[in-house]
Design a protein around this ligand. Structure first.
Ligand code: SAM
Length: 261
């Protein structure tokens, strides 16, 4: 069982290290890497996933922010096997690593939503993503319209990815144990967007505005963006709340709002 090797876990970097060999093996099996795949692991930490991934890969990219951990990683693997991207992964241009990129990671939970948005912005270069997240976040991203967990994150990610919860992971699988349950999710970018928006910036703005006050009806949250008459013309009930709309509804709405004239 991998230990912490004298490293003191840093809370501010969301450090909960995987120590359960069964869970580690299950993640690697879900990824099923082929030797020549281009893979980036986000937050390799002490290498719990890095080592078994490197057993199956010629080369691996990792993005790590903690300088102590970066030094350890560099001591453990030579640069022709492991490329370490130092610093905040939110600032890393993952598209520069090439096409067909595979993303893996036991993510720092404090940045999981911005990180998923960041990856969504690079979806054209990504083949798939396998990540461990807080279970509650996974439930939000895979939620269906009408579910109480259906949120801005659900709409924005479902717009771009097909998603599947693979398995749940209990706190005891980590050291230190987090206070929440976790789950591993697979995201695969849609080959062709099922509901492409004419202007994705407008789409993002409308979704964000609609969810800005979850308890309020669209008639209220979309004031100044879309009036009740427009909503009705689009077949959307102005008395509905954002979590009742599908991705297709949001795209129809954004296209109507953003239409010239
Ligand atoms: N992969 C290891 C494991 O499963 O044991 C560590 C996972 S730990 C939950 C998250 C890792 O992400 C830590 O190594 C942490 O230092 C790193 N990290 C946190 N914030 C980061 C950021 N903004 N950019 C890159 N790495 C980050």
């Amino acid at each position: 069982m991998p230990g912490r090797q004298g490293h003191v876990a840093r809370k501010r970097f969301g450090q909960n290290f995987l120590v359960d060999d069964g869970v580690i093996a299950a993640i690697v099996a879900a990824v099923a890497p082929r030797r020549s795949d281009t893979v980036i692991e986000i937050g390799p930490g002490l290498g719990a996933l890095t080592a078994p991934l490197l057993d199956r890969l010629d080369h691996l990219h990792v993005a790590e922010i903690d300088r102590d951990l970066i030094a350890r990683l560099r001591r453990q693997w030579p640069p022709d096997r492991l490329t370490v991207h130092e610093g905040d992964v939110l600032e890393l241009d993952v598209s520069a690593l090439g096409n067909g990129l595979r993303v893996v990671g036991n993510l720092p939970y404090n940045i999981s939503s911005p990180l998923l948005f960041h990856l969504a912005g690079h979806a054209a270069h990504i083949r798939d993503i396998h990540v461990m997240l807080q279970k509650e976040v996974v439930e939000r991203i895979v939620a269906a319209p009408g579910d109480s967990a259906f949120s801005r994150l659900s709409v924005m990610l479902q717009y771009r990815f097909a998603m599947e919860l693979l398995f749940e992971v209990p706190p005891e699988a980590f050291d230190p144990a987090p206070q929440v349950d976790s789950a591993v999710v697979r995201l695969i970018p849609h080959a062709a967007l099922p509901h492409p928006a004419r202007d994705e910036a407008v789409f993002a703005r409308v979704v964000s505005q609609a969810f800005s006050q979850r308890r309020k009806t669209l008639r209220n949250t979309l004031k100044g963006v879309a009036d009740a008459a427009l909503l009705e013309r689009l077949g959307i009930d102005p008395g509905a709340r954002a979590q009742e709309l599908s991705v297709a509804d949001f795209v129809r709405l954004a296209d109507a709002v953003g239409a010239p004239g």
